[in-house]
Design a binder for this molecule. Structure first.
Ligand code: SF4
Ligand code: FES
Length: 227
C-alpha cells in the first residue's frame, strides 16, 4: 500500500514518503512501523511487510506511525535511525576469541539442547519492535537474544558475563530505558517478529539481575510458542 501511495505521489509530482524495508519477508529486520497502534502489525508473528491489505476492510483508515524512541532518532518521515542496536553489538555482542580457520562442524561437541536453544534465540532479527513496544523503551529483549545465543555455545561462554555488562552499560548510555520486569511486552504485544519473547526470562535468570544487584527470580519453564 505504501508503494502504491508513493507511486501516486510521484505521478502527481509530489515527494514520496520515506520508509524502511529490505527483504519484505520477515528476515532482515528493516521494516519498522506501528500499524493501527501495534508495532509491526495488528496480527501475530509477522513483520510490517508481511501484513497484507486484505487484512483490512475496504475503505478502512489505517494509521501508520514510526517507532517513537529517544534512542532511535527520526531521520525522515517514517524512518528512524536504529544504529544504537549496532553500537550495543559493537560494545560486546560478539566472541573475541581467535579460532583460526573454520573448524569442521562436528569438531566442537555441543549438546543438542544447547545448540537448539542458541539457534532459537538467534532468530531475533533486530527489528526493534520490542523496544518500541516497551513502556520503558528498554532494549533488554534484543540484548537477551544476543547474550543467550552466544552464552549457550562453548566459544561464547567464557565472555558471557563481560558481554552482558558491556552491552547493558552501552544500552544505558544510548538512552534506552531499564526493564522493570513486568512482562508488559508479552501482555500487550505477542508480535516479536521472531518469537523470541522466550529470551528475556532466559537472560534474567542467567545473567542480568545478579549484575544489577537485584534478587534472582525463580526460573520458569520456557517454551517457544510453536512448541
Ligand atoms: S527480540 Fe523480537 S521484536 Fe525485539 S528486535 Fe528481536 S525480533 Fe525484533
Ligand atoms: S523488510 Fe525485512 S523484515 Fe521487514
Amino acid at each position: 500500500m505504501l508503494d502504491i501511495l508513493n507511486n501516486n505521489l510521484i505521478r502527481e509530482g509530489k515527494e514520496p514518503v520515506v520508509f524502511d524495508h529490505d527483504c519484505r519477508e520477515g528476515i532482515c529486520g528493516m521494516c519498522s512501523l506501528y500499524i493501527n497502534g501495534r508495532a509491526h502489525a495488528p496480527d501475530e508473528d509477522i513483520t510490517t511487510w508481511q501484513l497484507h491489505a486484505r487484512k483490512f476492510k475496504d475503505g478502512t483508515t489505517i494509521t501508520v506511525e514510526l517507532w517513537r524512541l529517544a534512542a532511535f532518532p527520526v531521520m525522515k518521515d517514517l524512518v528512524v535511525n536504529r544504529n544504537a542496536f549496532d553500537q550495543m553489538l559493537q560494545a560486546g555482542g560478539f566472541i573475541s576469541v581467535k579460532t583460526g580457520g573454520v573448524p569442521d562442524a562436528n569438531a566442537i561437541p555441543i549438546a543438542k539442547d544447547d545448540a537448539e536453544e542458541s539457534m532459537d534465540v538467534s532468530a531475533c532479527i533486530g527489528c526493534g519492535a520490542c523496544v518500541a513496544t516497551c513502556k520503558n523503551g528498554s532494549a533488554m529483549l534484543f540484548i537477551a537474544a544476543r547474550v543467550s545465543a552466544l552464552a549457550k555455545l562453548p566459544q561464547g561462554k567464557f565472555e558471557a558475563a563481560k558481554r552482558v555488562k558491556a552491552m547493558i552499560v552501552k544500552m544505558d548510555e544510548l538512552g534506552f530505558g531499564s526493564c522493570t520486569n513486568t512482562q508488559a511486552y508479552q501482555a500487550e504485544y505477542h508480535n516479536c517478529a521472531r518469537q523470541s519473547q522466550i529470551v528475556w526470562r532466559y537472560w534474567y535468570t542467567a545473567n542480568a539481575l545478579p549484575l544489577r544487584g537485584q534478587p534472582e527470580p525463580q526460573a520458569k519453564e520456557v517454551r517457544l510458542k510453536h512448541q
